[in-house]
Design a protein around this ligand. Structure first.
Ligand code: NDP
Length: 385
């Protein structure tokens, strides 16, 4: 039997997925790529399959199945299609760890399938914990599954907690650069267009995460994700703007001592650590030098202009399906912004109205999450009509 770690990457054609493939390729003696998946991007999935040689590929969009299967028919690579295939392929006995890099609510079902199949999880798809944190963390516990965070802030907290098993956390700090429009006043934010976001020279993330970062929704979701990952109360989580992006997360313990994780921004580092935990593999990533960064700054976020962060705290207090409603509202509003149907500032406004009118189910089942997601989206369509 192979002693390599069998890996499935869900969402391999995205920003995180592509970087995860590069991490795996750097350590061919340690990892065995079993599965890669895409939603619609058949061309890139085919390229990745030919280059990285997984055992199986899934293209969710059934209209693209023919193209992928014809391109790979002679390559000894299994090709499947459809949403259900995502849940089935993660069950393979050859897989030890599933890296979930699908964007949005769509990541929930395959992540749950992987947990039920007792696969370790490297979690990039934060929406999974935002939508159904209570269910997902309970299932992980019942199935003896660890969830290793990929988000750099959560990886930072996770690293600070290593060796602190018995010590209580008083508080954590999550940092943010403030997004592409940090420092803009409300009048300037009103004029932010889809093009300004997508063609911004500093943009490195996928489209949805770029917009979520710019509206602070991403940070709000990270707060909810941190609550579930580290079993914290909302008041134990604080967000700070730290534009240099060197300190990624800080844990404050009961004795007042603080531990921070630092380094130059490099997403491959938390991706790699989630795959190699508890070991650290050597890398040639550029090293941080204090003399290049003599001044660190920390500021309170501008909650008046960026209402999404407060909204995230308020849905955590409400509990049940409230955060699921916020996620559905936000997926809808970001998509509407990308289609030029609403303005940048209307993203948070629409989120707020949809969350306010949602009737929270306090002890939700999986079906309650699915129904919430569906009904909030339906309501959103009516609202923007
Ligand atoms: P991208 O938009 O770049 O990639 C998303 C991936 O998911 C693609 O492979 C896409 O396939 C696939 N996908 C999209 N919709 C579906 C669907 N309905 N069913 C199945 N697969 C789907 O996103 P990112 O890589 O930027 O982000 C992925 C997740 O990681 C998000 O939850 C994000 O919040 C989180 N994250 C991202 C970070 C980053 O630096 N980008 C940092 C930390 C966390 P296709 O290409 O075919 O559309």
């Amino acid at each position: 039997m192979s002693i390599k770690k069998g890996i499935a990457i869900l969402g391999s054609t995205g920003s995180i997925g592509k970087q995860a493939l590069e991490v795996l390729a750097a350590y061919p003696d340690f990892f065995d790529l079993q599965v890669i998946t895409a939603n619609k991007n058949a061309d890139l999935l085919i390229d990745q399959a030919l280059r990285y040689r997984p055992n199986t590929v899934v293209i969710v969009d059934e209209q693209e199945y023919k193209k992928v299967s014809e391109a790979l028919w002679n390559e000894d690579i299994h090709v499947y299609s459809g949403k259900d295939a995502l849940c089935q392929v993660v069950e393979s006995g050859e897989i030890n760890l599933v890296l979930t890099a699908i964007v949005g609510f769509a990541g929930l079902q395959p992540t749950i399938a992987a947990i039920r199949a007792k696969k370790q999880i490297a979690l990039a798809n934060k929406e999974t914990l935002v939508v159904a944190g209570e269910l997902v963390t309970r299932l992980a516990k019942e199935n003896g599954v660890n969830i290793y965070p990929i988000d750099s802030e959560h990886s930072a907290i996770f690293q600070c907690l290593m060796g602190e098993f018995k010590n209580e956390v008083e508080k954590i700090y999550l940092t943010t650069t403030g997004g592409l429009f940090h420092g803009f006043n409300r009048a300037q934010l009103k004029t932010v267009s889809r093009e300004a976001v997508l063609s911004h020279p500093k943009r490195v993330l996928g489209p949805k995460v770029t917009i979520d970062s710019a509206t602070f929704m991403n940070k709000g979701f990270e707060v909810i994700e941190a609550k579930w990952l580290f079993n914290l109360k909302p008041e134990q989580i604080e967000v700070m703007v730290h534009q240099q992006s060197i300190v990624h997360g800080i844990v404050q313990f009961e004795d007042g001592s603080m531990k921070a994780q630092m380094g130059l921004t490099e997403m491959k580092l938390p991706i790699q650590f989630a795959l190699t935990y508890p070991d650290r593999f050597p890398t040639d990533f550029p090293r941080f030098n204090f003399m290049d960064h003599p001044n660190f700054t920390f500021e309170k976020p501008d909650l008046k202009s960026f209402k999404n962060l407060d909204l995230a705290f308020s849905v955590m207090e409400k509990g049940g399906t409230a955060a699921c409603a916020l996620n559905a509202a936000n997926e809808f509003s970001v998509d509407a912004f990308l289609k030029n149907k609403i303005s940048f500032m209307e993203i948070a406004q629409l989120n707020e109205s949809l969350v306010d009118t949602h009737s929270v189910v306090s002890k939700p089942s999986y079906e309650d999450y699915v129904n919430t997601d569906k009904s909030v989206r339906e309501q959103a369509i009516n609202l923007i009509k």
